[in-house]
Design a protein around this ligand. Structure first.
Ligand SMILES: NC(=O)c1ccc[n+]([C@@H]2O[C@H](COP(=O)([O-])OP(=O)(O)OC[C@H]3O[C@@H](n4cnc5c(N)ncnc54)[C@H](OP(=O)(O)O)[C@@H]3O)[C@@H](O)[C@H]2O)c1
Length: 344
């Protein structure tokens, strides 16, 4: 049985690119000896591998809302790193945390993972916006329409914080890049590739030519996978320690933490992909061409890669997060991503 003073952590998305990287950081945390970590996974065969690193894995999915709620009700801290847009799953986690509060009289912590697509516009690659969001600017975040991507779940979570039974922290990564590494990748249980750049690479390889949405003028920030997993730990550390001022670190409405360290135009990525493909004899030209409507649907399910989502991670930096990798590193990560795609 866990001893008093120990921290019960429940994490979803442990086999994922983000969740696995966060879990690896938790296993390496200075206080890891006091952690009792439970993860929800969908694959029976990965269970013993999690056990081998001291993590209790439970088989289930977001559809098992009773199980999700039960696991949350046993946790001091929940990291939700799986599907950001599953409202039923978020409600199940919150109901478990409400039960824990009713039983213990103490609010647990929920660290949820959507993304800065919530800031997105409809630029379709035609222009770069002047609008830049700051995670310190509550009013600006509040002005986001409830119909924006991820927003429905984020609003449910903030509302739970306002009811007082949970302290909520919402970590919003931008374009995450870099091939994940660490013990869970070595064990073969964690996805090691991100979403946007690998999807762009796969589409480009398939059509034999780098591509972009519209003219690729839209702007997005970027963040390395190691830096974003550090941000989760910075938020965890800040949320679990008493602040020197005696106050509390921002949560709820003030609990949005952006993850970015520099930005790019979509064209910059598309041009680099095109150049790498061309140099490797896999692309027709070193210049990207515009994806057709059909291609956007086929490869990405729509034109979201053409939106602007500009932001500054000022609150994240204010709690001591210190990202190291820059936009240059993001562009340099594209060649290994193309090579991995070709060899996979
Ligand atoms: N990668 C990025 O650049 C980025 C940026 C911003 C936001 N995000 C968001 O962050 C979240 C995680 O992204 P990721 O890149 O880590 O994705 P990923 O590598 O595909 O990982 C997703 C994780 O969630 C699990 N999962 C998915 N659906 C589930 C379900 N119904 N029940 C239980 N577990 C489920 C997956 O389990 P299995 O292994 O069983 O599939 C996996 O562990 C997503 O919501 C994504 O949209 C990602």
């Amino acid at each position: 049985m866990p001893q008093p003073g120990n921290t019960h952590i429940f994490l979803t998305g442990a086999t994922g690119y983000i969740g696995g990287s966060v879990l690896a950081n938790l296993l390496n945390h200075p206080k890891s000896d006091s952690f009792h970590i439970t993860v929800l996974i969908r694959s029976e065969e990965k269970l013993p591998k999690f056990r081998s690193v001291g993590v209790k894995a439970v088989i289930g999915s977001h559809s098992d809302t009773t199980l999700l709620s039960k696991l949350a009700s046993e946790a001091d801290v929940v990291f939700a790193c799986a599907d950001a847009d599953n409202l039923d799953a978020a409600k199940a986690i919150l109901s478990g945390l409400q039960k824990r509060y009713d039983a213990k009289g103490r609010a647990s912590i929920l660290i949820h993972t959507p993304g800065i697509a919530v800031l997105g516009d409809n630029a379709a690659g035609k222009y770069g916006t002047e609008t830049i969001y700051s995670d310190l600017n509550v009013e600006q975040i509040e002005s986001l329409k409830p119909t924006q991507m991820h927003r429905e779940v984020d609003l449910e979570i903030v509302s739970a914080d306002q009811k007082g039974f949970v302290k909520t922290f919402i970590v919003l990564p931008s374009t995450i890049y870099g091939i994940a590494s660490g013990p869970l990748v070595d064990l073969g249980v964690q996805h090691s590739h991100s979403q946007q750049i690998p999807a762009l690479v796969k589409a480009s390889l398939d059509r034999g030519q780098g591509g972009m949405v519209g003219e690729g003028k839209n702007l997005w920030p970027n963040v390395h996978v190691d830096d974003i997993s550090d941000l989760f730990i910075a938020v965890y550390d800040a949320a679990t320690k008493n602040q020197p001022t005696g106050g509390q670190v921002g949560h709820g409405l003030e609990g949005f933490y952006f993850g970015e360290n520099g930005e790019h135009r979509l064209y910059d990525i598309s041009k680099t992909v095109s150049q790498v493909l061309y140099d490797l004899g896999k692309g027709k030209s070193p210049e990207p061409t515009t994806f057709t409507e059909e291609e956007l649907l086929k490869y990405f399910g729509g034109a979201y890669l053409g939106s602007n989502s500009r932001c500054r991670a000022e609150r994240s930096r204010s709690i001591g997060w210190n990202p190291k990798y820059t936009t240059q590193d993001m562009l340099a990560s594209i060649k290994p991503e193309v090579e991995a795609s070709l060899s996979g």
